[in-house]
Each structure stands twice: as C-alpha cells, then as structure tokens.
Ligand binder design. Structure first.
Ligand code: SIN
Length: 543
C-alpha cells in the first residue's frame, strides 16, 4: 500500500473514499459496484482474498428467476418467513428477495458460470432444493462448489477492475470523529505494524462468527471481527443469539477444534436420507417436510437423537442419489479424505456452527446507525433471516445488499461530507480470552440446547480466561473480537427466555408469544459495558 509514512506508532497513512473490510461475496460485490461509479475503493482483508466463508458455500443461491412453474417471489418470501420463526422483517425480506434475479444476472455478467439443465442449453439453469424450500429454486455451480465459483468470478472482476486490495491486514478499529461519524479504518499487518486509511465511508463485510465454537463449517478467519468493530464504533447488534448450526457437517473423528467440512443440504434435496446409528429415520414425525425441514428443526432433531443414543454422529445415506459423486464432487472429496465413498457408504454427520443469523443492525442498503458505517453479508442483520436463515439465502443477501450498500455509499459521497481529523486516542485495553477455553465454553454452554446455568457458566469461563490487553497482532485482535462476541451472544441468549428458531433453551422449551416479533439488541457503552434490550423485529433496521 503506498501512502504517507507518519513514523512512530501511527505507522503509514493513506486515503480512500470507501474502505471495504472483507473480500467475500458482499465485500467484493460492493467494492466493484462502487469502483464502477468512480469511487476510490480499498478492500482490506486480513488473509488472502479468497480465504473467507464465500468460497466454502456449497448448496447454491436461492433465487426466483421466473422460469420455474409455480414458483414466485411470494412463495420464496413465505418460505423465508416460515423458516425465520416470526422474526423476519417481511418488508426487508421482500426487497432483498425481489432484487435477487437482477443480482444473479449481474453476477453472470461478471463471468460466474452456473450449472445448466442437461437438456435446456446454457440459458436454462439447473435448480435444486434445500431444507424449508417449497420449490426447486437453488441455482448452483460446479455441482456443490457454488461459493468457489462466486468467489472466483468476483476476484477475476476485481483484478480486471484493478481494485486495490490490501491483503494480510486485519482491521483493528473503525476510526470515528468527535461527532461519532466514521473517519477511516485502522489496520495492522501480519507483523503487527499499524496503518490508517482515512475515509468517510467504511463497509463491514467481515463474515461470520464460527470460531466462537470448537467445530464449525466456517474457515478460520470467521472470528466475529465485524461484530466487534461495529460495536466499538457505536453500532447496535441484533438477533445475535440465533447462531445457525448446520445439521450435516462431516464427522471426521479428528480431535480438537477446527473446520468441519460441510455436507450440503442439497444432497437431501436430491434424495439423501438421515438415519441414526440404529438405522431409524431421524426426522420422522418431527416436521411435515421430514429431512427437508428448515435447518433449525433438523439440527435440533439430530442433537436430540445423539443425546438419546449417546452417539457421536448420525448417518446421511446418499447412495440412492443418481451420479452422486459427479453431482457433489466437493462432498465426495471430503468423504474420500476420511475413507468414505459417497456413492457406496453412508456418511457420518453431526451439526456444527454454521451461520450468524443476527449481527450489525442495518437496513437493506447496509446502513447502520453510525454515519459513514455500512455493513453487508453475514456480519449484518437486515431482518432477512430472523431466528433461522432459510438455506441458500445468504449468498443472495450478500449479492443484493453488497450492491445496494455501494449505491448508498456513492449517493452519500455525492453529498456534503467532512473528513475531520482523528486524533490518535490512546488505545484502550480490552478483555482478551484464551481462544481454546472460550471455544470449549461456548460449545458446552451456547450450542444447540442452552439453559441459564450453562450460559452463565460459559460467561464465567470466558471471563476467567481473559486478561486486559491492547491487541497488537491479528491473533490478539481476533481473540478480543471473539471475547466480546461471546459475551454479546451469551447475554442475548440469556435474556431470551424461550425457544425460537436456532435458539433452543432447554429450560424454556416453548416458543413464547410475548417474544413474537421481538428482536434482542446489544450496544456497547463508552466504558465497555454491554446493554441488552429489545426492539420490534420489523423495525430492527437502522436509518
Ligand atoms: C448447504 O449447502 O447446505 C449450505 C447452504 C447454506 O448455508 O445456505
């Protein structure tokens, strides 16, 4: 990055109109759209650009393109509302889902290639089904490598557009001026060297929080950075207790924390079935859609069955799916790596932390409540997901809100703006927990099936494993973000005394009408204290 060396602790400094933090589907879509509008954009990413969650997405993109008889945006909305357990903001959801076709068409225009129907020519895209969908509406690429194709196409467009990408730099703070508006971003490189990007607009597109748990389908970079950056900048979070556990992560039998390969739900869409270790079906009698029930229902059913049997996994039998290894090459390769032949053997699977349904509160243009701060993708809470995200709505949301956020930034930059000076405040020490202790505590106390005692014990364990530090390396910044995120999640989960969507309280097993349409919110005050409140889920969006 060329820029002005300021010397001393401040490191280098440079300027941009918009700084995008994150290089997944939402971040790159936003950066490309803003660049096309003539905005000076810098994308900051703490690892290599394709290391985020986007590339690991398998199933596809849920979208109504208008060529499937009987499907409609209304039907997609109805499925999204049903999956979301009463907390979806219907008007935000409608706006995002209705913008889906244009977003997918634009992505194809940028070079993304989706799988076509064998007899329909390239124009007619193949569709699959996933849990909670009433129609075949999930488009996919490379069989089960949709995210990889989306990321490939966006990175190719990024290099064609000569976008500036600052890799290997972790965002450590959103800089704000005396009036609270955004003035830029502070970063540190892999060796802890600081730098600053002065900018009137920052877009958080940092992805998820999977590293809060010992086992997750997320890559290692999913360390809740955006939640922490947003909170410290003054933004509100909502619906953070709704962490979605994917029902079928591959049970590798490997000890210790880390990424568990995803076994896409699309396999069940194509006919694979779940059985427990005695051979009994797992979801019979649980939901009319059986194995294709919404994800929270299937994950909770598997968790109950594992507890009843004292088993470590259930089986996913995909041996009846035609040409299964060719249709699902990514899953087939993950299975082969543990000696399982997807075409002949049942696959050992169990739930794993997968997706944050809540996050930084935004409207459908990515606006947070902080002037100059936008958020898009998994880090954001637009109201689309409510208490449980509908399968394959996430890439769609990233595409749509990434573009909309860019348009909103461009409009905001055209108006009057003042980039004030940010005087370097003395960095304040924050709690930083030992990551392994935190992950063990969150896995034990805040997984599928939580209760007040377990949540409190997790909070105590995280606190006991923390010390106060000024983070100066990427690992410390990540651990600080995870520590704050753990406390935020535990506080919100503790306050919601009911079971809804992904939030399963064993001590409050019933869905309580008093919580219907009520979102939890969390803000951080200037003294580092968290405040948990509630808001109407339909008015959760800022601005
Ligand atoms: C899957 O392919 O099962 C995951 C898709 C998603 O998380 O939406």
């Amino acid at each position: 990055m060329s820029g002005r060396e300021t010397g001393g602790d401040a490191g280098w400094e440079t300027a941009a109109d918009l700084v995008v933090v994150g290089s997944g589907v939402a971040g790159l879509t936003a950066a490309l759209a803003a660049r096309r509008a003539g905005v000076r954009v810098v994308v900051v990413t703490k690892d290599v650009p394709d290391e985020g969650s986007t590339r690991w997405a398998q199933g596809g993109i849920a979208v109504v393109l208008g060529d499937v008889t009987g499907d409609s945006v209304d039907a997609h909305l109805a499925d999204t509302l049903a999956a979301g357990g009463g907390l979806v903001d219907a008007s935000a959801a409608r706006a995002i889902l209705a913008a889906g076709p244009a977003a997918v068409t634009a992505l194809r225009g940028q070079g993304a290639v989706f799988d076509a129907e064998p007899d329909g020519g390239a124009a007619r895209l193949a569709r699959t089904r996933e849990g909670g969908h009433s129609a075949l509406r999930v488009v996919h690429a490379g069989g089960d490598a949709t995210g990889a194709e989306v990321e490939r196409a966006l990175l190719a467009a990024t290099s064609r557009a000569a976008l500036t990408v600052l890799a290997g730099h972790a965002a450590t703070a959103v800089l704000t001026g005396p009036d609270g508006s955004v003035q830029g971003l502070e970063v540190r490189d892999d060796d802890g060297r600081p730098g600053r990007l002065a900018a009137p607009a920052v877009l958080l597109a940092t992805g998820g929080v999977g590293a809060l748990y010992e086992t997750t389908t997320n890559p290692a970079v999913a360390t809740a950075d955006g939640w922490a950056l947003g909170l410290h900048a003054g933004a509100a979070l909502a619906d953070v207790e709704f962490v979605q556990f994917h029902p079928t992560a591959l049970h590798t039998g490997r000890a210790g924390p880390g990424r568990a390969p995803l076994v896409t739900e699309a396999l069940r869409g194509e006919g694979a079935v779940l059985r427990d270790t005695t051979g009994a079906p797992v979801t019979a009698g649980v939901h009319p859609l059986g194995d294709l029930a919404p994800r929270d229902v299937v994950a909770a059913a598997i968790t109950r069955r594992l507890a009843q049997l004292g088993a470590e996994h259930v089986w996913l039998d995909a041996t009846g799916v035609p040409d299964v290894a060719a249709r699902f090459p990514t899953v087939a390769a993950s299975c082969a790596a543990i000696g399982v032949d997807l075409a002949r053997d049942p696959v050992p699977v169990r739930p794993a932390a997968h997706y944050a349904c809540g996050g930084v509160v935004t409207d459908t243009r990515g606006r947070t409540g902080v002037a100059g701060l936008w958020a898009a993708g998994e880090v954001a809470r637009t109201g689309l997901h409510g208490a449980n995200r509908l399968a394959s709505n996430s890439l769609l949301e990233g595409l749509v809100t990434g573009r909309r956020a860019a348009e909103d930034v461009v409009a905001a930059l055209a108006g009057p703006r003042a980039l004030g000076r940010v005087d370097a405040a003395a960095p304040r020490p924050v709690p930083v927990a030992d990551r392994a202790v935190l992950q063990a505590a969150m896995t034990r106390g805040a997984g599928i099936g939580r209760d007040a005692a377990g949540l409190a014990a997790a909070s105590d364990a995280v606190e006991a494993a923390s010390d106060l530090r000024v983070p100066t390396t990427r690992a410390e910044a990540e651990d600080a973000a995870l520590t704050l995120a753990a406390h935020v999640l535990l506080a919100a989960a503790g306050s919601r005394t009911e079971t809804r969507g992904c939030h399963v309280r064993t001590d409050h097993p019933v869905t309580d009408d008093r919580w219907q349409r009520t979102s939890s919110t969390v803000v951080l005050d200037g003294d580092g204290r968290l405040h948990v409140g509630t808001t109407d889920a339909r008015r959760g969006g800022a601005a």
